[in-house]
Design a protein around this ligand. Structure first.
Ligand SMILES: Nc1ncnc2c1ncn2[C@@H]1O[C@H](COP(=O)(O)OP(=O)(O)OP(=O)(O)O)[C@@H](O)[C@H]1O
Ligand SMILES: [Mg+2]
Length: 219
């Protein structure tokens, strides 16, 4: 599993920090999404964050952008509290007040924050554009990973995708319909770098239903 994530993170890191002559706007903002719910977005976001942070000199901010159904608090055992929604809704909230440090060096978390009736509008707001640009530029060496809602169920991820330099689309092997994957990809056509992760693929070596990752590029 660790080896699979090493393979997945390599091009993401290269695109984020080092594209000589081909700068990628907001390349350090990586959005993890999927076509439909339950394909492994949170699993991939957390493992990708852990894998990237294990590199020398890499800091990672993992953001729970699945504001309608936040899952990082459960998965990582962090308290629910102020986070992304509060940063967008309340100008008095500072990033430093809501960032959650972890016992993993160089890994911090931003929870989705207090539930908000106008969550989708907030994610599409000018405040969100400013926040994302600030996240991308203030620490250019930091990689920000967004655990995001599924593309075909809500429109929030499409808003996020307008700002993310790279989008990782998780596809549940032998479960998600090809047509759904294609429809999901068509909603984020404008995004410069899209990578597909085939999750829980059956591999020849395993011979049975396993947890392998396939890997593909879309550019
Ligand atoms: N490669 C994998 N190996 C083992 N377990 C996995 C793998 N991918 C996903 N899972 C498990 O499958 C379940 C669904 O995954 P996950 O919660 O990451 O999906 P999701 O896309 O975030 O779902 P949602 O749309 O509900 O947010 C979880 O229990 C997760 O631990
Ligand atoms: Mg999730």
């Amino acid at each position: 599993m660790a080896e699979e994530f090493r393979i997945i993170k390599r091009p993401l890191i290269q695109n984020a920090v080092n594209r000589p002559g081909r700068p990628l706007k907001n390349g350090n903002l990586i959005m993890v999404t999927s076509a439909v719910p339950g394909e492994g977005k949170t699993f991939t976001s957390v493992n990708l964050a852990m894998s990237i942070v294990s590199e020398l000199n890499k800091t990672v901010l993992l953001v729970d952008a699945d504001v309608a159904r936040p899952s990082l608090p459960n998965v990582l055992g962090i308290p629910t509290g102020p986070g992304l929604m509060d940063l967008l809704d309340n100008p008095a909230t500072e990033m430093a007040d809501v960032l959650i440090r972890t016992n993993v060096e160089n890994l911090s978390l931003l929870s989705s924050g207090n539930p908000h009736a106008r969550a989708t509008e907030l994610l599409a707001s000018d405040a969100m554009s400013r926040l994302l640009d600030d996240m991308a530029q203030r620490y250019p060496d930091r990689i920000v990973i967004f655990d995001s809602p599924p593309l075909l169920v809500t429109t929030e991820s499409r808003e996020l995708a307008r700002h993310a330099g790279q989008v990782v689309v998780v596809v549940h092997a032998e479960s998600t319909l090809q047509a759904d994957v294609q429809r999901a990809l068509s909603t984020i056509e404008q995004c410069p770098v899209k990578l597909l992760v085939l999750n829980q693929a059956r591999t020849l070596a395993q011979g049975a239903y396993g947890y392998g990752y396939g890997y593909g590029y879309g550019r």
